[in-house]
Design a protein. Structure first.
Ligand code: 9G3
Length: 569
């Protein structure tokens, strides 16, 4: 079957659908790769399907080389397992839930720790059976509140998830390192510019985890990294040292309540009282699950809620409402402070301890205290609670930090015995003692990787597919369909390339050459070979790489040789 543009279903569009905001979403729609079925749910059209299969095969190859064995786990998951791990009620509306005809509760799998651990606990009982690394490549379901950016944040998406089962922490570390290396190979082979970064291991849990970030301005994650050493981290967890400017030591003065009519924000307070924002104490009230807590941070800094959840573990952390704040303090947010608060935990950022004669709200509307010092109120403790900033130094080598936006395409997790304890997945060790299995879990967003590749590789004309995951490597374009000699020449090149195992497509549509060139650029085939008058008169064809602007005029034999070389490079 000749692969001809005439019979391939690739409905390209001239204009960009309104709902698409980022490049990959626009281009995948325009280039006829995907179509939206409902919010966050997409159809992969033939060219997208070919790219997905390429990515999956690279993933499979690396997972298998690392000792993984592919399985297919159920998408429909019984609620009972999620109740055993205590997670059935943790994930609220994000979990797609359903009932079967008997009224029994199920969910559509958002992840598979419960399922895979239930499988293993029923089959493994001896250290001789470990390690086991099982993975699947399958749809996942998460009912995102705001699905957006096309495949980047969908409600149904394709994930490879591998789960490792080992006898102890050291063995788990071996599996973890194997996966870390496999991920590095995968994203390198996919032609992506990525960075592994230290990441947040979730609100409850001191596990180690790394995220693999594809660098792109449209990425939702922010990473910091150091050019001097190899430090890189998701800003959510990047540690910050208190920056204590070597100020001249002031004498501690007595606190005084001052009238600050209509002065609310930190900048208004700083201006009105003629102090710098660094002297102001920003007092934030949070609801941690059902408990109200207070967090103090320097006026010029930004709170890092992930770090707050580390210090005060909870599932849900959100800013308290104005009336909740009024109930506790008697004042509105613009005039609140830590002084005089009762029966409420106060967590202070490290820098708060060093504020001399600072300013904070007086818990009375339109009043603030000046000359506030650490002894004026009680805190649970001083912790690193702020978001790292560009003037902070590298936590590892004190070097200069850079920041970048990233798209999280992979995540490797050390789970330890979290699931094997709750689901009683145990084995008898070499001494016949019963031990819990040590687990790791490792995910790759396969459909998100496809979109990330487009985010990173595109220009004003369309997609520029990295060679290893392109839907086809070469498109052969006869300039004039009516010219039977040109068609014959194009067919010949097409047939010879196919005979050499090259994935080639022939654009035999009855369209003007300009339309064919535009589509070739939009779809993003790595190589374009054009057959025009020169082919008939001088045996010369045009050879152009999508990622370059130069066009070479060479013989057919030369062109075929270059394609083969390119495919092997
Ligand atoms: C849920 C829902 C959403 C979720 C989860 C559970 C994220 C959930 C974390 C993980 C951890 C790893 C294996 C592959 C790599 C990531 N969102 N996570 O557990 F019920 Cl609705 O999925 N799982």
């Amino acid at each position: 079957m000749k692969m001809r543009m005439n019979n391939i279903f690739v409905p390209t569009l001239r204009s960009t659908p309104g709902e698409a905001e980022i490049a990959s979403h626009k281009l995948l729609l325009r280039a006829g790769f995907i179509r939206r079925s409902s919010a966050g749910v997409y159809t992969y059209l033939p060219l997208a399907y070919r790219v997905l299969e390429k990515i999956k095969n690279i993933v499979r190859d690396e997972m298998n080389k690392a000792g993984g064995q592919e399985v297919m786990l159920p998408i429909i998951q019984p609620a009972e397992l999620w109740m055993e791990t205590g997670r059935w009620h943790v994930y609220g509306d994000e979990m797609f839930r359903l009932k079967d005809r008997h009224g029994r509760d199920f969910c559509l799998g958002p992840t598979h720790e419960e399922i895979i651990t239930d499988l293993v606990r029923g089959e493994v009982n001896s250290y001789r059976q470990l390690p086991i690394l099982l993975y699947q490549i399958q749809n996942k379901y998460r009912d995102e509140r705001r699905p957006r950016f096309g495949l980047m944040r969908g409600r149904e998406f394709i994930m490879k998830d591998l789960y490792s089962f080992d006898v102890n922490e050291e063995a788990l570390d071996v599996s973890y390192q194997k996966m870390y290396q496999a991920y590095t190979n995968i994203f390198t082979r996919c032609g992506l510019n990525f960075r592994p970064v230290e990441a947040d291991s979730g609100a409850i849990g001191g596990n180690v985890t790394h995220e693999f970030m594809v660098l792109a301005e449209s990425g939702e994650a922010t990473i910091v990294y150091c050019d001097e050493c190899n430090y890189a981290a998701n800003v959510e967890i990047a540690p910050c040292k208190p920056s204590i400017k070597a100020e001249i030591k002031e004498d501690l003065r007595e606190k005084v309540k001052v009238h600050t009519p209509d002065v609310k924000t930190i900048n208004e307070v700083a201006e009105f009282l003629e102090v710098k924002p660094e002297k102001c104490i920003k007092t934030l009230f949070y609801k941690a699950d059902e408990e109200l807590i207070v967090v103090l941070i320097r006026g010029d800094r930004t709170i890092n809620e992930i770090k707050v959840q580390k210090v005060h573990p909870c599932y849900n952390l959100e800013l308290a409402s104005e009336e909740e704040i009024k109930n506790i303090t008697g004042a509105l947010p613009g005039s609140v402070g830590p002084i005089g608060l009762k029966n409420i935990k106060i967590y202070a950022d490290l820098e708060i301890e060093h504020i001399i004669n600072g300013v904070c709200g007086a818990n009375e509307d339109d009043y603030h205290y000046i000359n506030v010092n650490a002894t004026d109120y009680q805190v649970e403790g001083y912790y690193d609670l702020r978001l790292i900033e560009m003037d902070d130094k590298c936590p590892k080598c004190n070097g200069q930090l850079q920041s970048a936006r990233g798209i999280e395409v992979g995540q490797v997790f050390k789970l330890g015995t979290k699931y094997s304890e709750s689901l009683k997945a145990k084995f008898l060790d070499v001494n016949g003692k019963e031990k819990p299995i040590h687990m790791g879990c490792y995910g790759i967003g396969v459909s998100r990787t496809l979109a990330a590749a487009v985010e990173q590789h595109n220009d004003e004309n369309g997609i520029i597919w990295p060679k290893a995951i392109a839907p086809y490597l070469v498109t052969v374009i006869p300039v004039n369909n009516k010219d039977s000699q040109q068609m014959e020449y194009a067919e010949k090149i097409y047939t010879e390339l196919q005979a050499k195992g090259i994935e080639v497509i022939l654009d035999d549509r009855n369209e003007r050459a300009g339309v064919k060139f535009k589509d070739a650029d939009l779809i993003g085939f790595p190589i374009r070979i054009t057959v025009g008058k020169k082919a008939i008169e001088e045996g010369i064809v045009e050879y152009k790489l999508r990622k370059e602007s130069t066009v070479e005029e060479i013989s057919m034999a030369e062109a075929i040789k270059k394609v083969v070389e390119f495919s092997q490079s």
